[in-house]
Design a protein around this ligand. Structure first.
Ligand code: F6R
Length: 364
């Protein structure tokens, strides 16, 4: 049932090109520029968006914030569900509450959805599990169609959720006229490329390289992950994956925050994973890398293919396929999923059933 893979997690990592195809298929039409999500809500009617989720789904929501604000210019806030449900959020009929969940059963997210509804918000789910509890209470659901996810650590659901947010951002932007035809086409095209790019990110040479790097640093006690902008959540998600399945302590920060505290942690024993792929802010990220280096930190850099220039700032480089910045979180995270996977297997961990974790958290 694991289709020849040692674990469900590895199988699901490799299923991502297919999962992404299923998320995107029939919904984006780059010839006509249409985004057809079959959502029965008026995309032009919202003044505010609240994204609510837990764990990995929350990080997908953080990418969603970046995409929706950036492309559709609507104010977005993102909350972890356990906070949202108790913080007396300000909600109105002009609010669209988007709940994000693989299982559709997470109790905090379900209760947060009820809280948003109580305040009059319209509700939309970004959900994987068909017919789950949340889908029965939502106004509408954008299924991600990633297929069943068995491994406790979420992988393919995450990349499909992020892709769903890209489609939602385009759907909202189309209705609000915030994108030029040219930019819309460019983004639609970038989205359609995702299955192919993720396939490329899973090439045997890249996977082998990640395995070597993971083994090299598997003895580390702590790890730091840094990223900026749309890839700050990639760093957060990379750290969460590593913690969950390898039990190595990991922290993640938006790269610009480093000098406000975490820089004190850096010494020659600390591997620092930096997401430094193509972006208008790449120079800023590289200067953060230099700060890590100057304090003897060990830099593992995710660089875009062909960026030999910045390779000199890193101890180890993981090259990733070049992608449009707005879709790059989907491509980049794959390398971090594999990094945590091979770290965990090097340490002999049971990756499909990490200690203390359940696949679906239905109690508070
Ligand atoms: C991380 C992980 C958890 C879940 C979280 C939300 O790998 O699996 O952090 O993402 O419990 O679960 P869902 O998406 O089912 O609501």
């Amino acid at each position: 049932e694991k289709g020849g893979y040692d674990t469900y997690m590895l199988k699901e990592i490799y299923e991502q090109p297919t999962a992404l195809t299923n998320t995107l298929i029939g919904r984006l039409h780059d010839e006509t520029g249409e985004v057809n999500l079959d959502i029965g809500l008026d995309p032009a009617s919202f003044k505010r968006i609240s994204i609510i989720a837990c764990g990995t789904a929350y990080y997908a929501g953080l990418v969603g914030e970046y995409l929706i604000e950036g492309l559709a210019r609507i104010p977005v806030e993102v909350d972890v569900a356990s906070e949202y449900r108790y913080r007396h959020p300000i909600v109105s009929e002009n609010t669209l509450a988007i709940v994000v969940s693989q299982s559709g059963e997470t109790i905090d997210t379900l209760e947060a959805l009820r809280e948003a509804k109580k305040g009059g918000a319209k509700t939309l789910g970004v959900i994987n599990a068909k017919g789950s509890s949340m889908t029965r209470e939502l106004d509408d659901t954008l299924y991600i169609h990633a297929g069943p996810e068995i491994g406790v650590a979420s992988t393919k659901a995450y990349t499909s959720m992020v892709s769903a947010f890209l489609m939602l951002a385009l759907w909202l932007a189309r209705a609000r006229g915030t994108l030029t035809e040219e930019r819309a086409q460019e983004l639609l095209h970038a989205a359609r490329e995702l299955p192919r790019l993720v396939e490329e990110a899973l090439s045997p040479e890249r996977v082998e390289r990640i395995r070597q790097v993971a083994e090299k640093y598997a003895g580390a006690r702590d790890y730091l992950f840094l990223g900026r902008g749309v890839n700050a959540p990639t760093a957060f998600e990379g750290a969460l994956k590593l913690k969950e399945i390898s039990y190595i302590h990991a922290e993640a920060y938006a790269a610009g925050e480093m000098k406000h505290g975490p820089i004190a942690l850096i010494d020659e024993n600390l591997p620092v994973v930096v997401v430094a792929t193509e972006s208008p802010l790449l120079e800023k990220t590289i200067s953060n890398v230099q700060e890590v280096r100057a304090r003897s930190g060990r830099v593992i850099a995710l660089l875009s293919d062909g960026d030999t220039e910045n390779a000199r700032h890193a101890d180890d480089v993981l090259y990733v396929p070049r992608a449009h910045e707005m879709v790059s979180p989907v491509v980049n995270v794959v390398a971090l999923q594999l990094l945590s996977y091979f770290t965990a297997t090097a340490l002999g961990r049971d990756v499909d059933k990490p200690r203390n974790l359940a696949k679906s958290v239905t109690v508070e």
